[in-house]
Design a protein around this ligand. Sequence first.
Ligand code: ME8
Length: 511
Amino acid sequence: MSAPDAFYVTTPIYYVNDSPHIGHAYTSLACDAIARFARLDGRRVRFLTGTDEHGQKVEKAARAAGMEPQAFTDLVSQRFRGLATLLDLTPDDFIRTTEERHRRGVQAFWQKLVEAGAIYLGRYAGWYSVRDEAYYAESELVDGRAPTGAPVEWVEEPSYFFRLSAWQERLLAFYAAHPDFVLPQSRYNEVVSFVRGGLTDLSVSRTTFRWGIPVPGDPDHVVYVWLDALTNYITALGYPDTDNELFRTFWPADLHVIGKDILRFHAVYWPAFLMAAGLEPPKRVFAHGWWTNEGQKISKSLGNVIDPVELVGRYGLDQTRYFLLREVPFGQDGDFRHEAMVRRINHDLANDYGNLAQRVLSLIARHCEGRMPEPEGLCSDDEALLALAYALLPRTRAAMREQALHRALEAIFEVIGEANRYVDTMAPWVLRKTDPTRMRTVLWTLAETLRHIATLTQPFVPRASARLLDQLGVPPQRRDFAALGPDGTPVVPGTPLPPPEPIFPRWQETP
Ligand code: ME8
């Protein structure tokens, strides 16, 4: 049982057959926002990411690049680390499946499965897709291809099998007892109906290539890349040593975030492997949707792959983070469009959020001698706005509990809208002449509301939020969620503030 305040979140480990693209960036960004939110909310967080380096697909890519697999994976894995830096990700660990700690853990996990009688030696004869690294039954093929459209090849070889068929009833009982094991709900239903349809034993070793972890006691076989890869979630906690601090604190994982393409591996095979090895399954698997590019499926052959480096270079990091996490309800498919990105940058970030900050901070700079004003006698309008700001933490927390990242952002932007309306109604620039005391109260109320907003946007747009909190004079140690709400730590009257600077520039279309 993991510790009650612990929170363990993982990205899939990415294949190093190619450079990172928008899909990888998306999953990682979502996990990063989730991890940052949980940290600010006082949880003990472990955020894991890494690279999946074995298997035929990677071996083929290495060969195509004219390199040895190890040198090739060293090189490409480094690009994924680079992605983490580029996107300001905050992983606590980065695992590579070619590391010794992982190899040792996978072999121990295999032994455990053997001891449990879950693995037997047989012979596989059937279809395999190298691109998907997946076995397909004849009945699943569509026009001679995998249901994903990937080519398949006929494979016949000696193979160890995992007795997946024996797990059907136990998996169904597990899903029934944990109705939020898979989110969104539609994906849960998909998993349950797949398992109800019956399970066949799963081939878990290969003999026709060498780039993998040798099966203990039978080195002609390498462990099937998915059994190898899934195990990363526990080898990164020090498995097979289940008594160590990390493992005891963080297993079972709170959340595996994945794309919908790899749901079956995470929601069917993985819990079955774990239960067979006497370990607890993770608490949740969240499957997000897929991005298309201006309406088209993203693929290398179409040449429309979106490079996260270009994206960040062109639009900015916080802008990219915000767009990806806000534009599409997390869990649904999304279409990447330049126009939609520009609308989010100009409308949401520059006009709504940026403008609110700029208005409030420049009024304070100009009319309160650059110091946080002192409120005197809040009226009901002020209290109403503050009540909305205070309610944001429970609202965003509830949304984040279901990984509804877009809903958390919507809630925050609703309050940004309310605060902008409040500025218009209160017209502090008029009050400056008619009632300066009232002006100071209004500006304090706005600054305190902005503090709530900026604190809560940290997980999503960390850089801009930090700049805004600097401008509000909020010290770094007062930026977590414990500082929010009616019993929190309000902005302090008299605090000298730095000169205001815009946080979100508008996008200017260059002809
Ligand atoms: O599947 N839109 O690795 P992978 C959104 N190594 N997300 C996308 C996407 C798109 N167009 N394309 C890819 C693997 N993704 C395995 C995982 S885990 C034990 C092993 C995302 O490099 C999505 O999250 O193919 C998907 O799950 C992940 O990239 C797959 O990355």
